[in-house]
Design a protein around this ligand. Structure first.
Ligand SMILES: NC(=O)c1ccc[n+]([C@@H]2O[C@H](COP(=O)([O-])OP(=O)(O)OC[C@H]3O[C@@H](n4cnc5c(N)ncnc54)[C@H](OP(=O)(O)O)[C@@H]3O)[C@@H](O)[C@H]2O)c1
Length: 254
């Protein structure tokens, strides 16, 4: 039976993707650490949309957790035809000040678990010549961010890796796509993210993703203002000017 697997499904952008795919009659595998939130979503989505929802309560920053998830789903004969890697966290502060443990977990979650899940589920998708992988990057992927240095670097990985993989899969029916939200109204900011500008909604992010997928794009920035600051400004300014400007903006957030 075919399922859509969504990480970070318990809130924000991942939760909005879960709503969207349930409405489209996809069965879901929802992954996050918050058992209660996932259980509530399971009963609400199953009742409202008559789909099957499997919840996996996992900490994705744990080494080899992706292998465990993959093997368990294979043993249950669950085929993942859409994978959405939305789980992600940010740390905030200078590299020297933020704890090693928090930064390491950030890399494990934002980079390693996303890579592992993509690598594992890509193979059967290519074998069946069908599937979609949506990776949630960020406008932070487009330039360095002092005081969120690790976060921005993890998101650069997500964007670069996804776009390169999209090209490698171009001649197949497996579609790889990276969505880059800017500041979006979720729990992200109580978990280390820093807000600037007008917030978009998780539903905006999902709508923009769906429309870009239809157009066969490999990546997309959500919202015009975000497009300007992430795509246009770094092309006008030198890299050192850009990084200094972002540092000044970040210092004003305190
Ligand atoms: N909101 C923004 O402004 C913004 C902008 C650009 C990019 N993004 C990206 O969008 C993605 C989704 O974030 P969001 O804005 O929706 O924030 P959110 O509301 O805080 O959601 C984050 C999700 O990740 C899950 N998660 C966190 N740590 C986890 C772990 N160790 N293991 C498994 N799941 C974990 C959380 O669930 P549990 O706590 O239940 O585990 C939650 O479901 C992230 O990749 C973020 O970097 C967000």
């Amino acid at each position: 039976m075919k399922y859509t697997l969504i990480t970070g499904a318990s809130s924000g952008i991942g939760k909005a993707f879960a709503e969207h795919y349930a409405q489209k009659q996809h069965n879901l595998v929802l992954v996050a650490r918050s058992k209660n939130k996932l259980e509530q979503m399971k009963s609400a989505l199953e009742q409202q949309y008559n789909v099957r929802v499997l919840t996996l309560i996992n900490d994705l920053s744990v080494p080899n957790i992706a292998n465990e998830i993959y093997n368990n789903l294979m043993a249950m004969n669950i085929e993942i035809d859409t994978l959405i890697n939305s789980a992600g966290i940010a740390t905030n502060g200078s590299v020297n000040d933020v704890s090693y443990y928090n930064q390491h977990n950030e890399i494990m979650l934002n980079v390693v678990s996303l890579f592992d899940l993509t690598k594992l589920f890509l193979k059967p998708m290519l074998k069946n010549n069908t599937g979609t992988i949506i990776n949630v990057a960020s406008t932070s992927a487009y330039h360095p961010i002092p005081t969120m240095a690790v976060y921005a670097a993890t998101k650069s990985f997500v964007l670069s890796f996804s776009e390169a993989l999209a090209a490698e899969c171009q001649k197949t029916n497996v579609q790889i796509f990276a969505i880059s939200p800017g500041a979006t109204d979720t729990n992200f900011f109580s978990n280390g993210g820093v807000s600037y500008g007008n917030l978009r909604t998780p539903e905006h992010v999902v709508d923009v993703t769906m429309s870009a997928l239809k157009k066969q794009k490999i990546s997309k920035i959500d919202g015009f203002n975000n497009y300007f600051t992430s795509m246009i400004l770094p092309r006008i300014l030198t890299r050192s000017r850009m990084v200094k400007m972002v540092y000044n903006i970040m210092n004003k957030q305190d």
